[in-house]
Ligand binder design. Sequence first.
Ligand SMILES: Cc1cc2nc3c(=O)[nH]c(=O)nc-3n(C[C@H](O)[C@H](O)[C@H](O)COP(=O)(O)O)c2cc1C
Length: 333
Amino acid sequence: MVADPNAFSPLRFCVAPMLEWTDRHCRFFHRLLSKRARLYTEMVAAPALFYGDAKRLLDYDAFEHPVALQIGGSDIRQLVHATKLAQQWGYDEINLNCGCPSERVQNGSFGACLMKTPVLVADCIRAMRNAARIPVTVKHRIGVDDTTDYAFVRDFVGALAAAGCDTFIVHARSAILAGLSPKENRTIPPLRYETARQLQHDFPDCRFILNGGLTEWTAIHEALHHKSSSLCGVMVGRWAYHDPYMLAQVDRRLFDTVLPSPSRREVLENYIGYVRTMLERGVALRTMVRHILGLYHGQPRGRLFRRYLSDANNLKRNSAEVIIDALNVVERN
Ligand SMILES: Cc1cc2nc3c(=O)[nH]c(=O)nc-3n(C[C@H](O)[C@H](O)[C@H](O)COP(=O)(O)O)c2cc1C
């Protein structure tokens, strides 16, 4: 059998950075489902890190590794500061957001609008790479507004590759900066996976991770084993969040793991231990429970589980027993 050169790529499967979703509790829960997936933080704004409470923004549990910090910004001094902090905090990677289309982000001059200023982004990447040893990666789109020709994204990637960036996460849609909400920007601009494949073909020394609209194993398999140009990895966002038990299949399907996947019950029992510790530290049950609502997605009584854990009166108890009760609701014989 021919060895698969991508078999051990650390970015073979990534869970996307998602604001207000992939917080530390979510990542801890996801890590109980997959040991190998690379997890990304929500985007942290570089100015917030520069002027604000770094500990609150960066703290996480060592169990979450491998975990990448996603940063938003374009001020070199702030990005260098963020990179040093990311290394100090033990993050496995720092990822620069060049794909987020929200207006708030555009005003701060970061996100997808940065694709229009590749020279500036290349300077940022160079400075970040010089500031620390951890890998510096970029997440970007394939076009901005009306500029959707391949040369645009090719030149953007080319400028960053020349600055030393060798890993690109490609959300394979354009970003429409005026007129579409961030949510619409994740559904309306058409997906063009072939652009990511073309980039991989044109920059063979770089790694391209495909993101956007992956909701089936067959699509993931196709991305990783395409006949003309295979990609080094995939990043999944909404599917993993809404149906997190898909993550329990990642290690066996995409890595060399032979251990059986954990059952939903095992995952929950371990998460309950974590929840108890966090409750003692004053974290509200509600903020930890919201990430697990989809664990029984598509299962008998899965809706009862979700409903039980969404009920304000149950959440008011602010006790880990609420999750045990939900488990009994969904798994009663
Ligand atoms: C609620 C939500 C928040 C998001 N926040 C971020 C973010 O902070 N940084 C980022 O680069 N992308 C963000 N995204 C985009 C995702 O990372 C991903 O690119 C997008 O959802 C497409 O992947 P999917 O189709 O697998 O969900 C967010 C997406 C969602 C649904």
